[in-house]
Design a protein around this ligand. Structure first.
Ligand code: FMN
Length: 363
């Protein structure tokens, strides 16, 4: 089968111009990362919130499964976003009955100090990661590590201004994250409250391509080969997939979350600060309804305060109490199937779309 060769595939040494979004908190398992890389795309591990030992083991395992193909690690670099009126006692009171329902101790035992992005990236590189990726902020703190290790640095942005900034900070690839995208918004400057800037993928990718010289990867709402062809037509050198790979058989995504993704309406996802203190796009549920109240804290406090509930709910497959991050085009996800099949469908679909569009030409 023909392949699509771009600046991205050449830079990263991969066969297909597709990146798995590092999806921290469960979805990116070693099996998923290994399967995506093994299929010729780039598997990226979302390691935010993990211990450095866990990162080392997970990356090493993913590399074994990838059969020699490169794998990457993704960290979240966000400044703290304090919110006026934050009330940790009110949050505790709201979380108490949910913890009881899930059989969790209350208050939650105090968590260990989380590893920093620099420590997480170092652990990934020690285990042989061949790419470093960042989201939510300026990648400068980890740029030196990537450079010293001789691996490409990929940074996700949500505005043209951020795209220019990350290239100045050393990014070799820019991921342009449109407003359709599932998960946390990559806006660097986040207001504690008020409207969230949501530049759409089509508008953003085209402007970022014009603003920077490095390869640009499109992210947000890309769910099949037609979406991928559209991104390439805008000048992107590849696509980054989050929601489309939530239904991969190897993803660490409970069945009830997969079902919500498949049955989502186009207008159903919301952007909320309720679960982490930073804006993120996902499907509404009971947990968001209960925590989206005055007193909710900012990043990272709210994220830490709710993490035991969300983790336990995911383990118990209770979709009403977990984080259901998903993008606006979620309903296009299709049935559960192996990641390699999804990647192959993307490439075949993109090639078909490009041929269909070429066939429109007439004299
Ligand atoms: C469940 C989920 C978790 C995510 N976690 C991360 C993360 O840890 N790091 C990151 O840079 N981006 C994360 N993202 C955002 C993706 O990088 C990407 O921007 C987004 O998935 C693209 O839109 P799509 O979901 O429509 O494909 C996450 C997205 C989802 C859906």
């Amino acid at each position: 089968m023909p392949v699509l060769t771009t600046r991205l595939t050449r830079l990263l040494g991969i066969r297909h111009p597709i990146l798995l979004a590092g999806m921290a908190g469960g979805p990116t398992t070693p099996e998923l990362v290994g399967a995506v890389s093994g299929a010729g795309a780039l598997g990226v591990f979302g390691v935010a919130g993990m211990t450095t030992d866990a990162v080392h083991d997970a990356v090493a395992r993913a590399r074994e499964l990838a059969d020699g193909a490169p794998v990457g690690v993704n960290v979240l670099i966000s400044p703290a976003v304090p919110r006026p009126g934050a009330d940790s006692r009110r949050m505790d009171d709201l979380l108490a009955p949910l913890r009881a329902e899930l059989g969790l101790p209350h208050p939650a035992p105090s968590a260990h100090t989380p590893a920093t992005p620099v420590q997480l990236v170092q652990a990934g590189l020690d285990a042989g990661a061949a790419v470093v990726a960042t989201g939510l902020g300026d990648p400068a703190p980890v740029a030196g590590l990537a450079r010293d290790a001789g691996v490409p640095l990929i940074a996700m942005v949500s505005t043209v201004e951020e795209a220019v900034l990350v290239v100045e900070s050393g990014a070799d690839v820019v991921v342009a994250q449109g407003g359709e995208a599932g998960g946390h918004r990559s806006n660097f400057l986040v207001q504690p409250d008020g409207p969230v800037p949501l530049v759409g993928t089509m508008a953003l990718v085209r402007q970022v391509v014009r603003a920077v010289d490095v390869p640009v990867v499109a992210a947000g709402g890309i769910m099949d080969g037609a979406g991928m062809a559209a991104a390439l037509a805008l000048g992107a050198s590849g696509v980054q997939l989050g929601t489309a790979l939530l239904v991969a058989s190897e993803a660490g995504v409970p069945a009830s979350w997969r079902d919500r993704v498949r049955t989502a309406r186009d207008d159903e996802t919301i952007v909320t600060r309720a679960l982490s203190g930073r804006p993120a796009r996902g499907l509404p549920n009971v947990l968001i309804g209960q925590l989206d109240v005055p007193g909710a804290m900012g990043w990272p406090q709210q994220n830490a305060a709710t993490s035991d509930v969300r983790r336990a709910a995911a383990a118990a497959d209770r979709s009403e109490l977990m984080s259901l991050w998903a993008g606006q085009a979620a309903a296009l996800a299709g049935p559960d199937r192996p990641a390699a099949e999804i990647i192959a469908q993307f490439i075949a679909g993109a090639l078909d779309t490009i041929a269909d569009i070429s066939a429109l030409q007439s004299d």
